[in-house]
Design a protein around this ligand. Structure first.
Ligand code: GMT
Length: 373
């Protein structure tokens, strides 16, 4: 297979889309492709030197004539500069807005030989797609891309409904690095956090945006903790964290809820846990559910967006309607009280993560898309 020169643009900060873009770049580089990240800062998962990976920083200058820093224009200009100089074959942009728009602008500067592959991750559609002032722009981004992928079938359905486009969109599921997301030996870590051997551990990991409904996690834990000796780990940071802290205090759960903020070593934290809660009201995929499954942690989630494509209800976890705390708590207790079923769910989770979402298969799917465009 011909090796390619691939540009990648994404949001480089903590978040599923940035994680996927970076992990994809790393795996493509391992497979001999030359990968050029064009982002506003070094992607946080690019944490060491990787052969075949280059980084081009988008430096946004604040000129007094501009009321707002022109990030999008600077990015488009940088994309064009890198694409021309490095002779990129493909520019893979993550998010329709603004990255696909910037890519399309760059393509106009460079010429038609630069192909734009756009991956939709969700928020660009499920949030921005409701804004009438942006719908036309999203449709333009999708239709002018040479190829469009989305991280779940549900996201394709929503995109078609909201943006009214006939453009072919292919599902390419997210993946994780199976070498990192395996169950680890963490008894020392559990002791460090004063978790007793008999105690159950629940975990929630997110950016604490309202859409993640972290208060539902605390409400569920409040119910479950009446019947089960357990601790809750809350990982991440975001706008709802103060509300969550208040709720923990109101329920007098301070001794049982460990609020750990943003953490790097997620596989270790998952390995300490028995169940993951993902109770969002919108979720195009739910990468954290896949990370959990890969570490043998079944998921209690909500029946929304792409979550049912990741978590198989009754096999690798349970899914309940959004906000239905009774259902969520009931399913949690049911699973924890049946050790045979719990172990079967653990095995099925690991199996599903390494088959349906196997990184090599997904990376090959992207390679095929790049070769075809
Ligand atoms: O969930 C977020 O708030 C972050 C957002 C992002 O851009 O990283 O996540 C979206 O993309 C992830 C990677 O494809 C998906 O796993 C998340 O489900 C999706 N978030 C939403 O749809 C709310």
């Amino acid at each position: 297979m011909k090796t390619l020169k691939i540009g990648i643009s994404c949001y480089p900060t903590v978040g599923g889309s940035g994680v996927i873009a970076t992990e994809l770049g790393k795996l493509l580089a391992e497979r001999g492709h030359e990968v050029h990240f064009i982002t506003s800062s070094v992607p946080f998962r690019l944490d060491r030197v990787y052969p075949n990976i280059y980084y081009h920083e988008v430096e946004v200058n604040q000129y007094s004539v501009f009321q707002y820093p022109p990030y999008d224009l600077t990015l488009a200009s940088k994309m064009a500069e890198v694409a021309k100089r490095e002779k990129l074959d493909v520019l893979h942009v993550h998010y329709a807005l603004p990255h696909a728009i910037c890519g399309i602008l760059a393509k106009q500067m460079v010429g038609d030989e630069l192909k734009i592959v756009t991956t939709l991750h969700g928020t660009d559609i499920t949030v921005l797609g409701y804004d009438p002032s942006l719908v036309e722009l999203i449709r333009f981004a999708i239709e002018k891309s040479d190829y469009v992928t989305a991280v779940s079938q549900d996201l394709i359905k929503q995109t078609k409904e909201l943006v009214a486009t006939d453009k072919e969109i292919e599902t390419v599921y997210n993946f994780i690095d199976e070498r990192v997301y395996t169950r680890k030996e963490v008894s020392e870590l559990r002791r460090h956090y004063r978790i007793k051997e008999t105690e159950k551990v629940f975990i929630h990991i997110s950016n604490f945006r309202p859409v993640k409904r972290v208060t539902d996690v605390v409400k569920t834990f409040h119910k479950v903790a009446e019947k089960v000796d357990a601790k809750l780990l809350l990982i991440g940071n975001g706008p709802d964290l103060p509300i969550v802290r208040d709720l923990v205090k109101e329920y007098q759960l301070e001794d049982r809820v460990l609020i750990l903020g943003n953490q790097k070593h997620i596989a270790e934290l998952l390995s300490m846990s028995d169940l993951l809660f993902l109770l969002s009201e919108k979720e195009s995929f739910g990468l954290v559910a896949l990370e959990a499954m890969s570490c043998g942690v079944p998921v209690i989630g909500t029946k929304v967006g792409g979550i049912p494509e990741v978590v198989e209800h009754g096999v690798t976890g349970y899914l309940c309607p959004v906000g239905d705390i009774n259902c969520i708590a009931e399913k949690t207790i049911e699973l924890l009280n049946d050790q045979t079923k719990y172990e079967a769910f653990q095995q099925a989770s690991i199996e599903r993560a390494k088959t349906l979402f196997y990184s090599e298969t997904i990376v090959k799917q992207y390679e095929r898309i790049y070769q075809n465009v």
